[in-house]
Every structure is written in C-alpha cells, then in structure tokens.
Design a protein around this ligand. Structure first.
Ligand code: ADP
Length: 627
C-alpha cells in the first residue's frame, strides 16, 4: 500500500539509467552453464536442435513457392509439380511437428530450471545475514526485481531461453541470406540494410520505454497487489469488518488503478510513434526492393520464380536484421533481471556467517558479556542510537529479565545478544570471544527462542513444533506440547499432532486462537534443545491463568539453561535472578526484584502501577461478588 501513496508524491518520469552488476554476456553464460548442469535438455534440444529445425523450416518456406513457379515455367509434367509440392509440404510438416514435439519436453525443463533458481534465491534470503535481509535497501531492491524475473513463465528466468533461441534462429538465417544474396545480388543486400537499420534503432529507443520506467511500473503493481492481498487476507478479515475498512481499500485500489492507467497511457503515446515509424520504413524498404526487382525483370529478363525468391528474401532478411537487433536489446533487458537474480545470489553478507573461530563450549551455557555496547540500526545514516553504553553479564544458567516501556530497545538487545546485528560500538563476547570472530551460524545453535511475532508454518502441528518435516521425534513433540499446556486442544482435534496448520496455504487447515499459537511456539522453542532460551513477551496472548501456569513451569523449563525474558508483566520477572530496566537507551536499573523494589526507582514505580491496578481490579471484583 505504501507504494501507492509513495507514488502520489514522487515524480518518476526520469529514472536513472540502470547499471546492472553483471553484463549481458556474463548473464547468458551464467544461464547456459546452469542449464548444462541441471537441465541440459534446454541446451541440446531447445537451443541447438529446435533452433536448427526453425532454420530448416524457414528455408523450406523460402523455396516452396519459387520451386512451384519454376516447375511451371519449365513446363514440367503435372505429376512432377505435385511431387515437388508434396515433398516440400511434407518436409515442412515433419519439421514443424518435430519442433513442437521436442518443444513440449524442453518447456518443462525451462520451468524446472526456473524453480531451481527460485529455490537458490529463497535459500540465499533465508541464509543471508539478518541485517542484509531486513535493513539493506539494495538487497531488497534486487530481491524484488529477481522475484519479478522468477515469478512467472514470462519472467526473464524462463523467457530468456525464448529470446536466445529466436536470436540464434535470426543470426543463422541472416548468415544464410547474406551468403545467398551476396552471391546473387549484393545491391539488394545494401538496399535492405539501409532501410532496416536506422528504423530499427529509433524504434528500439521507443521500445525500451517500458524498461526504462520499470521500477515505477513495479511500484505501482506492488501497491495494487498489496491492496488486493490485504483485503483478501484472512487475518485482516475482522479489522476490515469491524472498522469498515473496505471503502478505504476501494479508494486505495482506485487511486492505484488511476496511476496504472496514467502510466500505460504515457506508454501508449510513446508507442504510437514506433508503429508509425515501422510502417514508414517497411514502405521504403519494400518500395525500393520492388522498384529494383521490377527493373531487373524488365531490363535483365529476370524470371518470375527468381523475382519471387528475391522478394521473399527481402522481407525475410529485413525481418532477421530487426530480429537480431531487437533480440539483442531484448536479451539485454532480460539480462538486467538475470543480473538482479545473480546480485541476490552473490550479495555479500553484512558479516561472515560460516567463517571464524569455533564456538567455545564449556559443557554449560556460555557467559555472554556486553561491554559498553551502543547500537543504531543500519540502513540510514541518521538512524538514532537505540541503545547506549550497555554493559552486563549473562552468567551460565542465569535467568535474566529485560523490562522497559515500548520502544525502549528490549528486542533490539536480544537481536544483539543472538548475533543478528553487530554492535555499532563496544563488543559482545561469548565465553570471552568476540561474537564478530565466531562462526555465526554455529553460534545461533546456542539459542532457542519465542519471538513476539508468532509464525505458524505451513505444516502439521508436530512439524511446527519440531521445525522440520523429517525426523520428527513424536515423543519429544508431545512432551513440549504438554509443557506448553496444549495437549488437550491438540488431542481433541481429529488428526491430533498431524493436524495441518496455516489456512493461507491449506484450505482444510485448523485455526488456532492467538493464545494457542503462542503456546505452540513455546513448545517449538522447548523442542530445540539449546542451552540459552530467549522469551520475548512469550505470554502476551495468554489469559492470566494460563500465564500463571506457564510461570509455574518456568523453573522447570529453564532448568540447566540460561534464559533471557522480556515481559511487560512485572510480576513474571520475579522468577528471574536479575532484572535490567532499559530506559532512554541505557540500563537505568539493574538488580533482583527485591533490590529494585528497595531502590524505589522506575521499576518500583512500574510495578506499583501494575499491582495497584490488579489490586483495585481484585477489590472491585470482590465487591461485585458480595452484592
Ligand atoms: P522494544 O522491544 O523495547 O519495544 P525495540 O527494540 O523493538 O523496542 O525497538 C527499539 C527502537 O528501534 C524503536 O524505536 C524501533 O522503532 C526501532 N527499530 C526497531 N527495528 C528497527 C529497524 N529494523 N530499523 C530501524 N529502527 C528500528
């Protein structure tokens, strides 16, 4: 939706010329090698055999009519003329049939190769460093362009084969015609080139209008798609009905459509010139060729069959010249998208993930130390500091609570602790080694977590808990589900632990309530047996009784682990050994619950506000009951 509003305020008439990171030839080489490795049928059948069949077909077509006329001119017997026709037509049909038959196989290989590239890109997105994926705008831009290249059959990743194939057909045909025309009539060759090339370059400039404005086009489409998706999103269904948002969506959609219409009208005004020019240049070319050939018939006694052959060649030849020039510019455009795909695949990570020292293990959860850590988010120069001079230690098996108001930087602190981001200043160590020097992906294995945004993946209950589709340990799943107090609910469903979740993907999937989803992700966090447990508002969607029951199990759940716990419910922090209160970017208070209460500072104030609310509530309820 942002895209639509954004476009209202920005004039995108002139987009800067795009400089792809990888050149056209390099992209063609990349695709060619990829095809040879994974789907060689594209090369052997599509690019070589079918290309040659196209050329053969064209030659059959070229000689068919002149041969018939020549047979008549030579007064050959009718049966010979018929045999000639049958041979040509039969060969044409055979070549055509073979081409279509092989094309069917090759088409499937093209789709398969596109899906291989899609999974390479999605793997890169899943495995790249967190800041690259979340904050890096040029990675985001390359990712968007690559998804338009991969998203459909007409995207560059698949359509490039069509472009290469027709380019090769045109080049081979061109070469054959050049040889034939130079041998027979070089003047005709010059006439065709003079009338084809300049016209081509002007229409190419016009033709590329869409490509020069494609970022604008992508943004308009993104805005429209976003409105459509949001209005059909089952998770938005309640808000749409409750707040009457439908007309708002309609307005957004209409304004998006107006932008889209204006864009296409601008394009149409430009393209009309291309059509006019095409007509003018075709007229000039055919006119000149006609005059020349008629003169040859009248003055040099050229035969009708020859006249027909040359005239067909004139049309065909200029078609090949514009086919080559057009194919090259089409190839260049396709390669801009292929370049975006390669940019994603080779995008440098914000930090190395697999290089560095091994994670130092001691047989217990490691000691994590923040030393004077300050942090601001990457992306924009003027991003403010979210955390300033943070120093603390998380000792093995310690339970640490992080509290503070909304936006104080609690989640950011967790992201730094797990190594999703590097500190802007200061350092974080694990058993004395700077996180920057550790193999980051190994380090992630030290953690398991419940994050604020609950994600239920498309799969069964058991797969969701195990975060995997293979080697699911059913007994462990059951144990974790029991910890999260979800056994009754799961076992009441007909498919039990095999019940499908995520209605966005499976129509017959089961819907869970917000609290049930939260319990499920808690079970998922417990299933991964990692030494450090991170809980970011893990009970926000639970009712007070459920929350209380989870707290009671908290000791048991964190047994032998270190734990970092973010919560607004200050009562829950009493289960922790140490509490950090973050306020205005710094650790304002640090200590146990009792120590901070004795301190009588911000923590005590927040605690009092919450507990007085509960007390009042409790008294009111009691009063209500007694009436
Ligand atoms: P808390 O968890 O305490 O509610 P967060 O750590 O989520 O707070 O956010 C702290 C601040 O950092 C907020 O002002 C938020 O807008 C900002 N912030 C969070 N993520 C990003 C990001 N990716 N880029 C820029 N700013 C961010």
């Amino acid at each position: 939706m942002k895209g639509v509003t954004y476009l209202k305020t920005k004039n995108k008439e002139k987009e800067p010329k795009q400089k792809p990171k990888f050149g056209t030839l390099s992209c063609v080489r990349f695709m060619w090698r990829l095809a040879l490795k994974h789907e060689p049928m594209i090369i052997w059948i599509g690019m070589i055999t079918i290309t040659l069949l196209f050329v053969l077909n064209n030659l059959i077509g070229l000689f068919l009519s002149p041969m018939i006329i020549s047979s008549i001119e030579q007064s050959l017997p009718v049966y010979k003329v018929i045999i000639t026709i049958l041979i040509f037509v039969g060969a044409g049909m055979l070549v055509d049939g073979l081409k279509n038959y092989l094309g069917g196989f090759e088409w499937y290989s093209r789709i398969t190769l596109r899906s291989i590239l899609t999974s390479m890109v999605s793997e890169k997105c899943a495995r790249t460093s967190y800041p690259t994926f979340i904050d890096d705008k040029s990675f985001g831009e390359a990712r968007r362009k690559s998804s338009s290249a991969l998203g459909s059959n007409s995207g560059a990743a698949e359509a490039i084969w069509q472009t290469i194939q027709s380019l090769m057909v045109n080049i081979i045909n061109f070469a054959i015609y050049v040889v034939m025309l130079t041998a027979i009539n070089p003047i005709l060759l010059i006439i065709i080139l003079v009338t084809t090339v300049p016209g081509y370059f002007y229409s190419k400039y016009i033709n590329e209008w869409h490509y020069r404005h494609r970022t604008e086009h992508i943004e308009i489409n993104r805005g429209l798609e976003c409105v459509l998706q949001e209005s059909a999103n089952i998770h938005s269904a309640k808000d749409i009905r409750m707040f009457g948002i439908r007309p708002w969506f309609d307005d957004m959609y209409r304004s998006g459509m107006r932008l889209s219409e204006a864009f296409h009208n601008r394009g149409a005004r430009v393209y009309i010139w291309k059509n006019i020019l095409d007509i003018i240049f075709t007229f000039l070319r055919n006119g000149a060729a006609y005059i020349y050939l008629i003169a040859m018939v009248l003055d040099n006694g050229m035969e009708a069959s020859e006249f027909l052959l040359y005239f067909t060649m004139v049309g065909g030849f200029s078609g090949f010249v514009s086919g080559i020039l057009g194919g090259m510019s089409d190839l260049h455009n396709k390669c801009l998208d292929i370049s975006a795909i390669r940019e994603v695949l080779t995008y440098p990570d914000a930090f190395p993930l697999d290089e560095g020292k091994d994670v130092p293990h001691t047989g217990r959860p490691g000691v994590i130390r923040f030393e004077n850590v300050s942090f601001r988010y990457p992306g924009k120069e003027d991003n403010p500091y979210v955390l300033k001079n943070i120093s603390f230690t998380l000792s093995p098996e310690e339970r640490l609570a992080v509290v503070g108001l909304n936006g104080a930087g609690k989640t950011t602190l967790i992201k730094l602790l797990v190594g999703f981001y590097d500190p802007t200043e200061g350092r974080i160590t694990y058993n004395g080694v700077d996180l920057k020097d550790l193999k980051r992906r190994e380090y992630y294995k030290e953690f398991t977590a419940v994050f604020q945004d609950i994600n239920i993946f498309a799969g069964t209950v058991a797969e969701n808990v195990a975060s995997s589709m293979i080697n699911v340990d059913k007994e462990r799943v059951k144990k974790c589900i029991a910890y999260a107090d979800l056994t009754k609910k799961i076992e009441s469903m007909p498919m039990g632990y095999d019940t499908l979740l995520n209605r966005n993907v499976y129509e017959d999937a089961q819907d869970l309530s917000g609290g049930e989803k939260q319990r499920l992700v808690l079970a998922r966090a417990l299933y991964k047996e990692a030494p450090i447990l991170l809980l970011d508002e893990p009970t926000a969607a639970l009712d007070p009784i459920a929350e209380f029951e989870i707290y009671n199990k908290y000791n048991d759940m964190t047994n032998g682990k270190s734990a970092v716990y973010i919560s607004h419910r200050l009562a829950s922090t009493r289960f922790c050994d140490k509490i950090l209160l973050i306020d205005r970017n710094i650790i304002a208070e640090e200590g146990s619950h009792e120590e901070l209460m004795r301190l009588g500072g911000k923590y005590a104030e927040l605690y009092e506000v919450q507990s007085s609310y509960y007390h009042k509530d409790h008294k009111n309820t009691e009063g209500g009951d007694s009436k």
